[in-house]
Design a protein around this ligand. Structure first.
Ligand SMILES: Cc1cc2nc3c(=O)[nH]c(=O)nc-3n(C[C@H](O)[C@H](O)[C@H](O)COP(=O)(O)O)c2cc1C
Length: 151
């Protein structure tokens, strides 16, 4: 069974959270075992990362950049996996989703930061404010697509 991680940050309105839940639903309909983690609730334990076959990253736009909790994850990964030469993020399929308040410049920041993870699957899904039903369907489809690329 494919083991998937949905790692996201959601703090203000639950916009990114709603997207994360929809991506997880898509992954689950494709028979994946899914863990969700909101970096607003703590620091993700990077030592558990190698056990996942694929990952979905979701962030709100914070000052045109990725939320701090997710940046911390990437910092931890670099220190733990890359520097120590451990098998970690390399080669994992991943997807991106983000919410914003009208700017949305976080997209290019996310593409640039998370490219170190492995191979991106599909196009990042965007939400301006609260995700619409259409956006949530796009998130579910993204989850299903990620599952397909992870077998
Ligand atoms: C500290 C902070 C900085 C933000 N900076 C931006 C920004 O630069 N551009 C933008 O479009 N929205 C910005 N926003 C709005 C959030 O990206 C938006 O409300 C998002 O949907 C919140 O996601 P959440 O409900 O999952 O926390 C900012 C919000 C906060 C709290």
């Amino acid at each position: 069974m494919v083991k998937a991680l949905v790692l996201y940050h959601s703090q203000e309105f639950g916009n990114t959270e709603a997207m994360a839940q929809a991506v997880a639903e898509g992954l689950k309909t494709a028979e994946c075992d899914v863990d969700l983690f909101n970096t607003n609730e703590g620091r993700f334990d990077v030592t558990t990362f190698p056990q996942y076959d694929c990952v979905a990253f979701g962030s709100p736009d914070y000052f045109s950049y990725v939320a701090g909790g997710l940046k911390t994850f990437m910092d931890d990964h670099y220190v733990h996996d890359v520097r120590k030469g451990l098998k970690g993020l390399k080669g994992k399929p991943y997807v991106l989703f983000y919410s914003h308040g009208g700017g949305g410049k976080v997209k290019s920041a996310m593409l640039n930061l998370f490219k170190r993870v492995g191979t991106i699957v599909g196009e990042p899904v965007e939400s301006y404010g609260k995700p619409s039903q259409h956006v949530l369907e796009e998130c579910k489809a993204l989850g299903r697509k990620l599952a397909k690329k992870s077998v």
